[in-house]
Design a protein around this ligand. Structure first.
Ligand code: ADP
Ligand code: TZP
Ligand code: MG
Length: 299
């Protein structure tokens, strides 16, 4: 299945059979073993996160109690932390949870929703630099903001354009986040017990990287921007796959599953309400081969 193609002026090589096999294996393994991925996530989209994890074949457990999260991490396949809506106690609680997950060597996914907005969110996201996640999944603006916050690139010049807070929606193109995503992924890998980490950037064409190789995943549906929680639930499903697969495979499998399912949902729906229902059905019905045979461009 390997070969070459040409996209947007960039030579791109399509993915190898072994990546596709690992993706199909992750999709099947979740359906066969129903792994638990627990979540500490925002109040807006918590229901869609749980339903998407169930539709992908996993199980869900949501909690905001630090000792509950740490005890559940011991029996769960992975943990998902999303900073979309914050309460005052989160500042200390999330830093502490991250440190304990690191001590226990437990994998987790971070969705840095609205990175760059507010002192409390910034303090929380900065605290994760010392106890980093296994995977970061966000939109382009969030990835650019987190990279700047963790100061992984060259120091910004005084006259340089600064990144601006973007709310929960992206104001940057996926392509403008490539270097930030690679730097973050390398940092995650350097700090992971097994040396593996990944960053997934969502948008019109998603991008996934382990810090070395960049994978571009075209397709999907713009209707995803018309339901709340498309990105949050993608983070939750990435955690579901992280329970059975290494970070790069988990990130690729989740993003590809979302692209294929959203294309089916767009064809079968008539607006945001029916789209969300059709999307959950498609997550459930899509085959592992449909996911693994997707276009994956390397380069
Ligand atoms: N313009 C688009 N075309 C196709 N798919 C999109 C588009 N924008 C977002 N998506 C998809 O929607 C999902 C959520 O991504 P995104 O909207 O970037 O996240 P967030 O909600 O966190 O900002 C991803 O599966 C992504 O591929
Ligand atoms: C609207 C909103 N406000 C705080 S969190 C949130 C949900 C964001 O969801 P997503 O990032 O998946 O669009
Ligand atoms: Mg989001």
């Amino acid at each position: 299945m390997s070969g070459s193609s040409y996209t947007g002026g960039t030579a791109a090589v399509s993915a190898t059979d072994s990546i596709r096999e690992r993706i199909a294996q992750a999709v099947n393994s979740v359906r066969e073993t129903t792994p638990l991925a627990q979540s500490f996530t925002n109040f807006v989209t918590i229901n869609l996160v749980a339903n998407a994890q169930l539709a992908a074949g996993g199980t869900a457990a949501m909690s905001f109690l630090p000792d509950d999260i740490v005890d559940t991490a011991k029996i769960a396949g992975s943990t998902y932390i999303n900073v979309g809506t914050l309460l005052p106690f989160y500042k200390d609680a999330l830093a502490d949870i991250a440190r304990k997950l690191q001590y226990l060597g437990k994998p987790w996914v971070l969705d840095p929703v609205a990175a760059g907005i507010g002192k409390t969110r910034t303090a929380i996201l900065q605290s994760f630099k010392a106890a980093p996640p296994t995977v970061i999944r966000g939109n382009a603006s969030e990835i650019i903001a987190l990279d700047a916050m963790w100061e992984l690139g060259a120091p910004a010049r005084a006259d340089a354009e600064t990144t601006r807070p973007a709310g929960v929606e992206a104001v940057d193109e996926v392509e403008s986040s490539v270097q930030a995503a690679k730097r973050l992924a390398r940092y995650l890998a350097q700090h992971a017990p097994n040396g593996k980490g990944a960053v997934a950037v969502s948008g019109e064409a998603d991008l996934v990287t382990d810090g070395e190789t960049v994978y571009r995943l075209p397709g999907g549906s713009a209707m995803m921007t018309k339901i709340t929680g498309a990105g949050c639930s993608l983070g939750g499903v990435t955690a579901t796959y992280l329970a059975v697969a290494e970070p790069l495979t988990a990130s690729l499998a989740a993003s590809l599953l979302y692209n294929r399912a959203s294309e089916i949902a767009e064809r079968e729906s008539n607006g945001p309400g029916s789209f969300q229902v059709a999307f959950l059905d498609a997550l459930w019905n899509i085959t592992a081969d449909q996911v693994a045979e997707s276009r994956i461009l390397i380069g």
